[in-house]
Design a protein around this ligand. Structure first.
Ligand code: CAP
Ligand code: MG
Length: 469
């Protein structure tokens, strides 16, 4: 590949904080890494496979990507950082950004591996977006936990699909009665014949009213509206007519629905004053292979676009992701400033002041015995969710819910779960069933990272993608 006879490699270039995107790639191919970097920069910005007679100085100067750093691992592989100028992109149009930077390059035949680890979004680009509508504080207000600052605790009604509306709502009621803040639809439950969306909604609202009268707590329902765009709009309008903003979080399968629908739905939820719950089903198809996009990038988009609470994994449960990496995802959700950490493939970035924190959701293979470890890893601003860890409890849903809530109360009292379980039989049963994840393991990992950041960075730079956590 010639790539236009131009040089996209410019090691002296320093990206501009307000207008340059910085993208961190890992690549391995049949060519020397410098050539691969040129090809990637060209194909994702202004170039193509041969010299263009139509290229002119203005286009070259204003719109090209610049490879400004290569960390070579072998002759043909390495990390590369490429800067893209803001003018290259269509305002607010995330799809156009994806088609450029996360597009054709994955198909270049000389490449054996191409993984986009992270993007640092410049401040001017961030100004095009409004960030979470409710965010951490807004969701806490809905749940009534602004003062207590305890972690939220929720459940996914199981079985994932199959229950009829009344059965579904009864499981929700039992969960609330056991002390949970939130119940949610599973990612694959929307409007099937056996459980029509409206019927489930009405039954669940009744369950919430009944439970709120009994528990004195606020209860929330993350209601999955994911569908074709016009169907989502119909559902949003229906929710608005019913005035359910205080009890309903609009749940979206954000990855599978695509950015276009997501952008428009989020402007409507904001207009109708609904908080949102982002489920990331499907993201891992791109996150785990040799060709892919790390979830860090999607998560940043979701926060910029305005999701209020977002699944980020657990680090201790059933889904992929090391504990330390999940901690990084928590930081992306909730912090304003992010430091560069090469061992996660993570870049430095500052979220604009107008982009509020988004609440992290720890879900997937969670039970009461993992709560201490989750809080050690993610802190108390978190929504902890357990599906099977509630409905698989030997005492049934209500006791399962109680076990989760007791585990959270124990954390708030600073008492380890096994000790708290002595006076709380539901928690004791959960620990007997599934064991206890000792938070000391998490604390040790966090301490190790702190002490060994330089060593971990050196290992990543030496081993490449295999050396990242
Ligand atoms: C959890 C869950 C979520 C996962 C997805 C499930 O159920 O409802 O979809 O949390 O992963 O069906 O697996 P369990 P992530 O509590 O029964 O495991 O949150 O990492 O996106
Ligand atoms: Mg699920």
């Amino acid at each position: 590949m010639v790539y236009g006879g131009y040089g996209y490699y410019d090691p002296k270039y320093r990206p501009k904080e307000d207008t340059d995107f910085v993208v961190l790639f890992w690549a391995k191919g049949s060519m020397p890494i410098e050539k691969t970097a040129e090809a990637i920069a060209a194909e994702s910005s202004v170039g193509s496979w041969t010299k263009l007679q139509t290229m002119n100085d203005f286009v070259w100067k204003h719109y090209r990507a610049r490879v400004f750093r290569i960390d070579k691992v072998t002759k043909n592989s390495g990390f590369m950082r490429i800067a893209y100028p803001l003018e290259h992109f269509d305002a607010k149009n995330v799809m156009q950004f994806q088609a450029s930077v996360l597009g054709n390059i994955f198909g270049l035949k000389e490449l054996e591996e191409l993984y986009v680890f992270d993007i640092s979004f410049p401040s001017k680009y961030q100004k095009q977006f409004r960030g979470p509508y409710a965010g951490v504080e807004g969701i806490r207000k809905l749940a009534g936990t602004q003062k207590s600052r305890r972690p939220h605790v929720g459940t996914i009604v199981k079985p994932k699909v199959g229950l009829a509306p009344k059965e579904w709502a009864n499981v929700a009621y039992e969960s609330f009665a056991g002390g949970l803040d939130l119940v949610k639809d599973d990612e694959n439950l929307v409007d099937q014949d056996f459980c029509r969306w409206k019927d489930r909604l009405h039954e669940t609202v009744k369950a919430i009213e009944k439970a709120e009268g009994e528990t004195g707590q606020r209860h929330l329902y993350s209601c999955n509206i994911t569908d074709r765009f016009y169907r989502m709009v119909e559902r949003l309008e229906y929710l608005r007519e019913l005035g359910l903003q205080k009890n309903i979080l609009v749940m979206l399968d954000v990855y599978v629905m695509g950015m276009s629908a997501l952008q428009d739905v989020l402007s409507l939820t904001r207009q109708y004053k609904f908080a949102t719950h982002g489920h990331r089903a499907g993201f891992a198809a791109a996150n785990r292979g040799s060709f892919g996009v790390n979830f860090q990038i999607y998560e940043k988009f979701y926060r910029l676009l305005g999701i209020d609470q977002m699944h980020i994994g657990t680090g201790v449960g059933k889904m992929e992701g090391t504990a330390l990496m999940i901690r990084r995802l928590r930081d992306i959700a909730e912090e304003q400033g992010l430091k560069e950490k090469m061992y996660f493939g993570s870049l430095e970035m500052q979220f604009g002041k107008h982009i509020s924190p988004m609440l992290a959701i720890a879900s997937g293979g969670v039970d009461a015995g993992k709560v201490d470890a989750l809080v050690a890893l993610q802190g108390k601003d978190v929504n902890i969710q357990a599906g099977a860890g509630v409905h698989g409890h030997p005492g049934g849903t209500r006791r399962g819910a109680m076990s989760m809530r007791q585990a959270v109360d124990a954390v708030m009292e600073g008492v380890p779960a096994p000790k708290y379980a002595k006076a709380h039989p539901e928690l004791a049963q959960a620990l007997k069933q599934w064991g206890y994840f000792n938070p000391s393991k998490i604390n040790a990992e966090l301490a190790y990272e702190k002490k060994n950041a330089k060593k971990l960075t050196a290992a990543a730079l030496k081993k490449g993608r295999k050396g990242t956590l």
